[in-house]
Each structure stands twice: as structure tokens, then as C-alpha cells.
Design a protein. Structure first.
Length: 369
């Protein structure tokens, strides 16, 4: 049987997996695959054996079964033709979706103590982070199809699969995350250069007013999200004099909520987000949503603006830098002219105020409802 349907496989599928499926699902011989690939048959054989041994991993096995069903079955080709979607269009859409979700999940798995928990016969998997004292906090939810893809690419691994398997990011996954972040930055920069958007995205350049040099030929320094973890997570692991966490779960959750709204506010091809007026060094001004060329995720932007306005000068500054831009405390202290080790105290005060803000908003929504 000729492999006339393999071209529909998404580009994210590893080369070795594509050859494995071509052999097991279409019946192509190892020599034929090697001849097409321009390599020795022993190379193909080793790749096929390696994939076969990895099928003990439930996510890998499920991913291979899904690919075989959707990209090698005749019904899949008929379905694509019926709905008018070409193989290239379908593959491109799947690749874009995978890259977006992989970036989101791998960033969460880079946080200390985070694992991806996958239960048998469940459609969703969750990322949970050890919050100390035997507690755990859920930080993300992902479709099992995406989790299967991450395992198939060897970006996550599980030492002891079971009824509930726990996956951690691998060294290959960390390298891939850095590349995904760089690709996202390049795409955002390209959109701006060609006039398709004048937006600040979570992975674009962030210019901090007053921090540029006198030489106008100097390139603005870019601030990007840390691929490791939020400063809040590091502080949550510290203990105060009483042995309690420096930041409790509710304070961390408040900071994470602000960060999530901040990220949602950047989505949209014509959004021109500019949060500089909430920075002390930026010459604080009033927030006016009508100044933006596109609404984008207007609800999320308004929530961020309302929260930062409620915090006021200084507190909104440290919250924006540390929670949204994921700027380290030492760098934040230096840029704001604060004394060493004072930033964590101010940040905790900001989070306490932010927590009260969200509680008051929830109470107000209940009264309106």
C-alpha cells in the first residue's frame, strides 16, 4: 500500500514517528523508507525500534493511535475532502494550535515543583505545582491531545506511568521552550515591521521609559517572559520568621490572575497596549481605552487597568513589573531606585491590596447578579 496520505501529518510530528507510522500503518518496507529518506536501512530500523519501545508510555501510545486514525485512515482523507480543507491548510492549523498550547504548558512546567498529571480515560490533563506543606495548586488545564503530542516529541517524560501519570519537562522540552519563545517574538516583531500590528505581546519588546541610553542609536532592550518561573513562585518558597510561606497561596493566586488578564489583553492583531503610564518612571497618566487602535481582549485590558489603578503609584509599578513582565526583584529595585531587599516587602503589600481588590470585585458582581 503506497503512503499517499502521509502528507497530511502535522509538521510537529517528529521525523522518526512519521517513518514509524509509514512502516506500521501503510506497510512500507524499511528499505523503501530508507531509500526515500536517503539514509541506511539500519538507521530507519533503529528509529522504528525506539518508537516501539516508547509505547509503554500511555501518552505516546495514545498519540500514535490518534495519528494513525486521523492521518492514515481513508475516512480521514474523505473527511478533509468533504469539508473542503486541503491537507496543507489542515496541517498548518494543527501546527499553529500545537505551538501555542505547547508554549503555554511548557512555561508552566518550568516552574519549580510543577508536574503534568494525566489520569486514565480523561479528556483533560492538569498542571499542578507543589505549594509546600503538602498542598498543590492547579496552574493550567490542557487537552490530552496536546499532552500526547508533548510526550511524543519527548518534551515531557514520566518515570512511573500509572493510573495517574505525572510528567515533568525534559531537557529537550526546555530547549524547545526557548525556541518557541524566540519564534513568538520574531513573529510579533515581523507583524509590527510590516504594519500589520503595533502591539505589545507577551513575547515582544518592552521599552521601559527612562531606561534607554542617551545614544539614540542604541537598540532598546527587550524584556521577555522568563522561561523559568515567576518571581512570585520563588518568594512563595521562602519562609518568614514564623516559618510560614512569605507569600501564601491566595496572594500568589492574585498575582497569577493579574498576569493571566495581562496576557489576554495582548491578544489581537491591532491592539496597541501601552502600560507605561502605570510605571513610576513613565510619567503617570490616566488610562483611556479609547486611545487604543483595536479593542482586542477589551474586558481583560479593562480588568488590568482597573486593578492597577486601584493599587495606585508604586504598588502598581511593582505589580506590573513582577507579576506581568516577570521582572526579577533585584532588577525592579534597581530600576525604581529602591534599597536592596525592599522590593519583596512592597510586592507583598501590593499583592495583599490586589487580593482585596479582586475580593471586592467578586462581591460587587454577586450583588449586581
Amino acid at each position: 500500500m503506497e503512503n499517499n496520505m502521509a502528507f497530511t501529518i502535522p509538521a510537529w510530528v517528529p521525523e522518526g514517528v512519521q517513518r514509524y507510522l509509514a512502516h506500521t500503518e501503510t506497510g512500507q518496507s524499511i528499505r523503501d523508507i530508507a531509500r526515500s529518506a536517503g539514509c541506511h536501512a539500519s538507521t530507519i530500523l533503529r528509529q522504528i525500534r525506539r518508537i516501539e519501545t516508547r509505547r509503554d508510555d500511555p501518552l505516546v501510545d495514545a498519540a500514535l493511535q490518534s495519528l494513525a486514525k486521523t492521518h492514515f485512515a481513508e475516512s480521514a482523507t474523505l473527511m478533509n475532502n468533504t469539508f473542503g480543507a486541503t491537507p496543507d491548510e489542515t496541517a498548518a492549523a494543527e501546527d499553529e494550535e500545537f505551538n501555542r498550547e505547547a508554549l503555554r504548558i511548557l512555561r508552566r512546567l518550568c516552574e519549580t515543583g510543577s508536574v503534568l498529571a494525566v489520569a486514565e480515560e480523561m479528556d483533560k490533563a492538569v498542571v499542578v505545582r507543589d505549594s509546600g506543606g503538602g498542598g498543590a495548586t492547579r496552574t493550567a488545564v490542557v487537552d490530552c491531545a496536546i499532552a500526547q503530542a508533548l510526550a511524543l516529541k519527548d518534551w515531557i517524560s514520566c518515570d512511573n506511568p500509572g493510573r495517574i501519570s505525572r510528567y515533568r519537562i525534559s531537557s529537550t522540552g526546555r530547549t524547545a521552550l526557548s525556541q518557541l519563545v524566540a519564534d513568538a517574538e520574531n513573529k510579533a516583531r515581523a507583524r509590527n515591521e510590516f504594519g500589520m500590528a503595533d502591539a505589545q505581546t507577551p513575547f515582544q519588546a518592552k521599552v521601559v521609559p527612562g531606561q534607554g541610553g542617551a545614544n539614540k542609536n542604541d537598540r532598546a532592550k527587550r524584556m521577555r517572559y522568563s522561561v523559568a518561573e515567576s518571581p512570585l513562585i520563588a518568594l512563595a518558597r521562602r519562609r518568614d520568621r514564623d516559618g510560614k510561606p512569605f507569600l501564601d497561596e491566595k496572594l500568589v493566586a492574585a498575582g497569577e490572575r493579574l498576569r493571566e488578564d495581562f496576557e489576554l489583553a495582548q491578544i489581537g492583531p491591532q491592539v496597541t497596549q501601552n502600560w507605561d503610564h502605570f510605571l513610576t518612571a513613565g510619567g503617570r497618566g490616566s488610562f483611556g481605552s479609547e486611545a487604543h487602535g483595536g479593542r482586542g481582549s477589551s474586558d481583560a485590558r479593562d480588568r488590568v487597568a482597573l486593578a492597577l489603578s486601584d493599587l495606585g503609584p508604586g504598588l502598581s509599578d511593582v505589580a506590573l513589573r513582577c507579576c506581568c513582565y516577570l521582572e526579577g526583584l533585584e532588577l525592579a529595585e534597581k530600576r525604581m531606585g529602591w534599597s536592596a531587599r525592599s522590593g519583596k516587602i512592597v510586592l507583598r503589600i501590593a499583592l495583599q491590596r490586589l487580593k482585596r481588590h479582586y475580593e471586592s470585585q467578586s462581591e460587587r458582581n454577586r450583588m449586581i447578579g
